[in-house]
Design a binder for this molecule. Structure first.
Ligand SMILES: NC(=O)c1ccc[n+]([C@@H]2O[C@H](COP(=O)([O-])OP(=O)(O)OC[C@H]3O[C@@H](n4cnc5c(N)ncnc54)[C@H](O)[C@@H]3O)[C@@H](O)[C@H]2O)c1
Length: 701
C-alpha cells in the first residue's frame, strides 16, 4: 500500500442533486438514489484505501456537493489555495473545507471573494509536479491563475474549456504517472490543444473519444500505475494497459447525475513540491471605451470578443452618461493566457473603438521594416474604419484608410504622416505600427452589424446535392489508380473551397499517394491551406470547430506575411516554418504547382504569378500530356484550364453549383464528367474508394 499518498473524501450522507449548476444535473433533480450513491462511494473508498491513505472530512447538511472534495482547494506542499465557488449553491462549503485544512496545519491562501476558482477541479499538477495545468472558461476565472503561480511557486499553463459538459478541467483532463496524459481534446479550444501538444509529446498523450469522455473516463484517480475510474471502453483500457497502467472500474453512476465521478470525489492532499519555481505567461491590459456604449451594445460586444478570443475580463469602472446625448466611458481589464492571444484580442477591441491604455506611454509602438515587402510580425492590421494613432501624445489621422494594410509612419515636410500601406509596398527601414497600443478607430454601429452578417452568410453557404455521386467517384478512383500505375499524369485545379470544406486532408492523401502530378490554382487555395496549417483556420474559420474565430479574417494576411518572409512556399517548408498542408505535400512529394494571380488576390504569396501571360504559360506546361484533370470548385481556374486543354483529356468538374458544372463539362468533349456536390464530401469519398481499391488490389496479389 502506498501510504505516502493521502486522499481526502467526504461521505455522501447528505448527497443529492438539489439544484442545476451544470448540464449533467438537468433533469436529475432528486433523481439519484442515496443508498446506491452510498454503496458506490463506499466501493470507491475501499479501492482507494488499498492505494492510499484516505482522510475524511465531515459532511454537512445542506451542502450536498461537499462529497466532491476535489473542489475543496488545491494543495501543493503545505499550502492550499482554498476554492472560491462560482455558484452560490456551493459557496457554503468553503468554511468547512477551510477548517479542515487549518486543522491539518496547511497554510491556507484565500483568493479575493469576486474571483472564482474551483480547486483541484480546475487545476491539475503534472504528475512530475513541475507544472500546473489550470482550466478556465466556466467555473474558474483566468485571473485566478496568476495567484496560483505566485502562491504555489509553480509554472501555470492555462487551458480554456469550451464544452459545457466538461465544465471543470478534471472532467476531461487527467495527468498520469510518468508524464502521460489522458484527455478529451474536443473539450478545449484550438490554442489550448496546441499548448498541450507543445508540452506533452505525442507518445505520452492518450486522447479519449466522446463516448469515454461522457462516461467520465478522464475523471480518474491515478496513484502510481493504478487508475480508478467509473468506466472505460475496451480500446481505452487496452491503450492504458499498453502503457503499463492497471485500470480499476467502479460504477459511479449516481454521481454522474451531478456531473462528477472518481476524481471529483477525491482530493489528493499530498503533493510534493518541486524545486523549479516558474512564472505564468498571463498578460493583462486595461482598455478604455468611450461613446454611446449601452445604446450601441458596444460593451456587450467587447466583452464577448474578449471571452470568444480566449481571454477574461474585469470591468474596472463604468460611467454612464446622464443625458441621452451624453457619452459613457468604461475601463475594462483584459487578461489572456499569453502575449499572442492578448494582442489578438486587443486588435479586435481596437477595431471596436477601444483605446488600449499602456503603462509607460499611450503612444503607438513602431518597428522598422527589416525586409522589403514584409511587415514586422506583430504589425497592426488595419480595418475599414477611420483610424488614428498617437505619436508623441498627438493623435494623427491615418491616410488612405483600407482594410488589411499596415500603418506606415513617415516624417515629411508637413510633419509626421501615417498611411495605410499594403505589405508589398513596404520599404526597408520604414516605421510600421505594431501591437495595439495608441490606436483608435471610429466606427458606426450599423456598419459593424452589416459586416458581421455578410461574413457569416458568406461562410455559411453550401448545401450538398448528391446525385449518384458515389457511382461517379468509383469510376474516377479507378481512373486515378490506372493512371498512376501506368505512369500517366493526373492534374488537379483547385479553389479555396477545398480547404473550407475540409477537403484538404483528402487532397493531401491523394498527393502523398502519388495520384496527383500537378496542382493548379490561384493565390487563395495556397493562402487558405497555409493559414490552416499555421493557424488552424481557413479565412478565419476554425476548421476543427467549424465556427468563425473573432478577428480570424486577419489570419490569412499573417499567413501571407510569413511566407513572404521565407521567400517562397518551398523555402518555408525547408525552413520548417510550414509543417503541413496541401502545399507542403506538393513540395515534399515533388508535385509541381502553379499559382495564377487574380485581381482579388491578397498579398500575394511570393509563388503567385502575377504576370498572367507567364501564369498561362506555366499552366500550359503543367497540363501538357495530362490524362485526367480534376477541377475542384474553382470556376476561374477551371475555365482557364479548360480553355487550354486539348480534346481527349478527361476532365472531371466538381462544383456545388449545377450551372458551373454544366458550363465546364459541356465543352463538346465526351470525356468530361460533371459532379454536382460538395467538394469536401467528394474528396473524402474518393479517398475512401481508393483505399478500398488498394485493399482489394493487395488481397488479389
Ligand atoms: N485571399 C485571396 O487572395 C483570395 C481569396 C479568394 C479568391 N481569390 C482568387 O480569386 C480567384 C477566384 O477564386 P475562386 O476560384 O475561389 O472563385 P470562383 O468563383 O471562380 O469559384 C468558386 C467555385 O466554388 C464553388 N463552390 C462553392 N462552395 C462549394 C462547395 N461546398 N463544394 C463545391 N463547390 C463549391 C462555387 O459554386 C464556385 O463555382 C482565384 O484566382 C483565387 O485565387 C483570392
Amino acid at each position: 500500500m502506498a501510504q505516502s499518498v493521502r486522499i481526502l473524501m467526504c461521505a455522501p450522507q447528505h448527497y443529492d442533486v438539489d439544484y442545476v449548476i451544470n448540464p449533467w444535473m438537468e433533469g436529475n433533480i432528486h433523481r439519484s438514489s442515496r443508498d446506491r450513491a452510498q454503496e458506490q462511494w463506499q466501493q470507491l473508498y475501499e479501492i482507494l484505501k488499498h492505494h492510499a491513505t484516505v482522510e475524511l472530512v465531515e459532511p454537512q447538511l445542506g451542502w450536498p456537493d461537499m462529497v466532491f472534495t476535489a473542489n475543496a482547494g488545491l494543495v501543493l506542499g503545505d499550502t492550499v489555495v482554498l476554492s472560491r465557488f462560482f455558484h452560490p449553491e456551493r459557496q457554503g462549503e468553503e468554511p468547512y473545507f477551510e477548517q479542515w485544512f487549518a486543522d491539518q496545519g496547511y497554510t491556507v491562501q484565500k483568493l479575493p471573494k469576486s474571483l472564482p476558482f474551483e480547486g483541484a477541479g480546475d487545476a491539475l499538477l503534472d504528475r512530475t509536479g513541475e507544472l500546473l495545468w489550470a482550466g478556465y472558461g466556466f467555473r474558474t476565472e483566468l485571473d485566478a491563475h496568476p495567484y496560483l503561480a505566485q502562491w504555489l511557486d509553480v509554472e501555470v499553463l492555462s487551458l480554456r474549456l469550451i464544452d459545457r459538459r466538461f465544465y471543470h478541467l478534471d472532467t476531461c483532463f487527467c495527468p498520469l504517472t510518468d508524464g502521460y496524459l489522458l484527455y478529451y481534446p474536443a473539450a478545449f479550444d484550438t490554442y489550448s490543444n496546441h499548448l498541450i501538444e507543445r508540452r506533452i509529446p505525442a507518445e505520452k498523450r492518450i486522447p479519449v473519444d466522446e463516448v469515454d469522455a461522457v462516461n467520465f473516463a478522464c475523471n480518474a484517480v491515478n496513484v502510481n500505475r493504478t487508475i480508478v475510474l467509473n468506466q472505460a471502453s475496451d480500446p481505452l483500457k487496452t491503450a492504458l494497459s499498453a502503457r503499463g497502467f492497471a485500470v480499476i472500474e467502479t460504477p459511479l453512476t449516481e454521481f454522474l447525475k451531478a456531473g462528477g465521478a472518481a476524481k471529483c470525489l477525491t482530493l489528493r492532499v499530498t503533493e510534493p513540491r518541486q524545486i523549479s519555481p516558474q512564472a505564468t505567461a498571463i498578460q493583462h491590459r486595461v482598455v478604455r471605451f468611450e461613446g454611446h456604449l449601452l445604446d450601441s451594445g458596444l460593451v456587450n460586444r467587447a466583452l464577448d470578443t474578449i471571452v470568444a478570443g480566449g481571454g477574461s475580463f474585469q470591468v474596472l469602472n463604468f460611467t454612464l452618461g446622464e443625458q441621452r446625448q451624453d457619452i459613457s466611458t468604461a475601463e475594462v481589464k483584459v487578461s489572456a493566457p499569453d502575449i499572442t492571444i492578448i494582442e489578438d484580442i486587443l486588435g479586435q477591441l481596437v477595431d471596436l473603438g477601444a483605446v488600449v491604455k499602456s503603462d509607460d506611454t499611450a503612444d503607438a509602438h513602431l518597428a522598422a521594416v527589416a525586409q522589403n515587402g514584409v511587415a514586422p510580425d506583430d504589425f497592426y492590421v488595419t480595418a475599414i474604419y477611420p483610424t488614428e494613432i498617437s505619436i508623441n501624445g498627438q493623435w494623427i489621422a491615418v491616410q488612405g484608410q483600407r482594410m488589411d494594410a499596415a500603418i506606415a509612419v513617415t516624417q515629411t515636410a508637413r510633419g509626421l504622416e501615417a498611411r495605410c500601406k499594403l505589405l508589398r509596398d513596404l520599404q526597408m527601414g520604414e516605421s510600421v505600427v505594431i501591437g495595439s497600443a495608441g490606436i483608435r478607430t471610429k466606427r458606426h454601429d450599423t456598419s459593424l452589424k452589416q459586416r458581421s452578417t455578410e461574413e457569416f452568410s458568406f461562410m455559411g453557404a453550401g448545401v450538398s446535392s448528391e446525385r449518384r455521386v458515389e457511382l461517379v467517384v468509383e469510376q474516377i478512383a479507378w481512373d486515378l489508380r490506372r493512371i498512376r500505375d501506368q505512369g500517366g499524369k493526373a492534374v488537379v485545379t483547385a479553389g479555396p473551397v477545398v480547404i473550407h470544406t475540409g477537403g484538404s486532408e483528402h487532397l493531401q492523401t491523394l498527393i502523398r499517394g502519388g495520384y496527383i502530378h500537378g496542382l493548379l490554382g490561384g493565390n487563395a487555395i495556397a493562402v487558405h491551406d497555409i493559414e490552416q496549417a499555421l493557424m488552424g483556420t481557413s479565412l478565419g474559420m476554425d476548421m476543427q470547430r467549424g465556427v468563425s474565430v473573432h478577428g480570424g479574417h486577419r489570419h490569412h494576411l499573417k499567413a501571407i506575411n510569413t511566407i513572404r518572409r521565407c521567400g517562397s512556399i518551398a523555402q518555408a517548408v525547408e525552413q520548417g516554418v510550414l509543417p503541413s498542408g496541401v502545399m507542403y505535400e506538393c513540395v515534399k512529394n515533388n508535385v509541381p504547382f502553379s499559382l495564377a494571380g487574380s485581381i482579388r488576390d491578397d498579398g500575394p504569396l511570393p509563388d503567385t504569378q502575377m504576370d498572367l501571360l507567364q501564369a498561362q504559360a506555366d499552366y500550359a506546361r503543367l497540363i501538357e500530356g495530362a490524362d485526367l484533370i480534376l477541377m475542384l470548385s474553382t470556376m476561374l481556374h477551371s475555365i482557364g484550364v479548360g480553355n487550354m486543354t486539348p480534346a481527349g483529356v478527361k476532365m472531371v468538374c466538381v462544383d456545388i453549383n449545377p450551372a458551373v458544372v454544366t458550363k465546364l463539362s459541356d465543352r463538346g468533349s465526351l470525356e468530361s464528367i460533371g459532379v454536382v456536390t460538395d467538394v469536401g464530401l467528394f474528396l473524402s469519398l474518393l479517398v475512401d474508394q481508393l483505399t478500398k481499391l488498394t485493399g482489394e488490389y493487395a488481397r488479389a496479389n
